[in-house]
Write a protein that binds this ligand. Structure first.
Ligand code: UD1
Length: 424
């Protein structure tokens, strides 16, 4: 079990990046897949699981439910036969929003579930009303008792659910729940993210009948049982994007292996316009940059395949050292610009216009300072800023970064960056 509370990164900026890296498996794919493995009636093995804190927490929650977990290097086998408890551990669910992804799976399996309001990154309001309303429409009784929410699925009502927002988590929960019920459930306006498609591929390999993942309408026909399988989730498009942006600002020539280039299309188009050379061959992205970037003027986040909110904080950093002004609109989350204030401590010139909008005035270079991560992707952005800052940068509270990056410092130092973890 990893614990990196209090750890810091010490970064000496200025090195170019060269070589090759292999991208880890996607956090956002692996978490709902681990959660829904409990729906099988025989053991499930998930391969290439990344060594990240969110996975540790998910495994602890599954163990608390009674699942037997066996770890063989990066392959994890979940034996759901011993599961006996539908109550997601309250303390753990507070630390990780992904505990909410257990709802659909536990409801499908036990017909009842209980969670506390989930925790997660400090990026603004993260309500779960869409999840709860969808469950209610499907016949689930919901009761609030103090901090806990209790769910009881006595009678399934198969029907069409129209999501007013294509929420990733709500889409995943409805799919997980519906695939073990009887009847046809349809989701209109579901999330179309690659991680949704991967979850559906995983569930289908176990025997679920799901059609339309990745489109505007998903149809699920309930089945009686799901069987255990071995499954390798997709690679992480946000980690691949982070490395691309690191090379873009530092300069260098890097081969990014085990990527899925189409999942990073919106980022690749932007980086090319900004002056990077990018070549793609199968699952390898080669990025070359002389670090003289020009701004593309405007970046707006959106639902897939638009520009991902998870790469917004990373492109915020890229914009600080790109020639010209960049206006960044955050359209998914209500408060995802805490990192801008930290970047200004590194001499960046960012005007925070509102909770959803910043204007970045590109400058020649950043200067090292002590900064603090406020969330997972913003923390990774600060590490990138340290790589291009003159002098030393210390990034504090890197446990946020460890939630989703499997040792970001090892990947970057392998490419030539001067970055060290200082343990408490
Ligand atoms: C997932 C990802 C996260 C990514 C996000 C958006 C995982 C583990 N996390 O988070 O990395 O940044 O998708 O791509 O996969 N909303 C509501 N009510 C709800 C649910 C969501 O209003 O019940 C709103 C949210 O506040 C947000 C928007 O919908 O404004 C999208 O959120 P959602 O897609 O649900 O994000 P997550 O599933 O939490």
């Amino acid at each position: 079990m990893r614990n990196s509370y209090g750890d810091k990164f010490l970064i000496h900026g200025g090195n170019k990046l060269f070589g090759e890296v292999t991208i880890q498996t996607s956090k956002n794919a692996v978490l709902p897949i681990l959660a829904s493995s409990i729906m099988a009636d025989t053991p499930v093995t998930i391969k290439n699981v990344p060594d990240i804190i969110d996975v540790d927490n998910m495994l602890r929650i599954l163990e608390k439910l009674g699942a037997k977990i066996a770890i063989d290097r990066d392959n994890i086998t979940i034996n759901p036969l011993t599961i006996n408890n539908a109550k997601v551990d309250c303390e753990l669910s507070k630390t990780m929003r992904s505990s909410v992804f257990l709802l659909g799976a536990t409801l499908a399996k036990f017909k009842s579930a209980c969670i506390t309001l989930p925790g997660g990154c400090n990026i603004g309001n993260r309500p779960i009303d869409l999840h709860i309303n969808a469950f209610k429409k499907l016949g689930v009784e919901v009761e609030y008792i103090g901090e806990e929410i209790h769910f009881n699925a006595k009678k399934y009502i198969p029907r069409t659910i129209k999501l007013k927002i294509p929420s990733v988590g709500a889409t995943e929960n409805i799919i997980e729940f519906a695939c073990l019920q009887s009847g046809k459930t349809t989701i209109i306006n579901p999330a179309k993210e690659p991680e949704i498609v991967d979850l559906c591929n995983f569930l289908s390999s176990m025997g679920a009948k799901i059609y339309g993942a990745g489109t505007n309408k998903i149809t699920i026909y309930g089945v009686d049982r799901l069987k255990g399988v071995q499954y390798t989730p997709i690679s992480d498009r946000i980690v691949a994007g982070t490395i691309m942006c690191a090379v873009a600002i530092c300069g260098g020539d890097v081969h990014i292996k085990n990527a899925i280039p189409i999942h990073n299309q919106s980022l690749i188009e932007k980086l090319i316009k900004m002056g990077c050379q990018i070549n793609i061959k199968n699952d390898i992205i080669n990025i070359r940059s002389d670090s003289n970037l020009k701004s593309i003027g405007k970046i707006t986040t959106g639902y897939y395949p638009k520009f991902p909110t998870d790469l917004q904080s990373i492109m915020l950093v890229v914009s600080t050292v790109s020639k010209g002004n960049t206006t960044i609109h955050e359209k998914i989350f209500s408060n995802r610009f805490e990192t801008a204030k930290e970047l200004n401590l590194l001499s960046a010139n960012i005007d925070v216009v509102s909770n959803n909008k910043v204007v970045v005035h590109g400058i020649d270079h950043l200067n090292g300072a002590v900064v603090r991560a406020h969330d997972l992707r913003g923390g990774a952005g600060l590490v990138l800023a340290g790589l291009v800052a003159i002098g030393d940068t210390i990034v504090e509270d890197i446990h946020y970064i460890d939630r989703g990056y499997a040792y970001l410092e090892k990947m970057l130092s392998h490419l030539g960056a001067d970055i060290k973890r200082i343990r408490v």
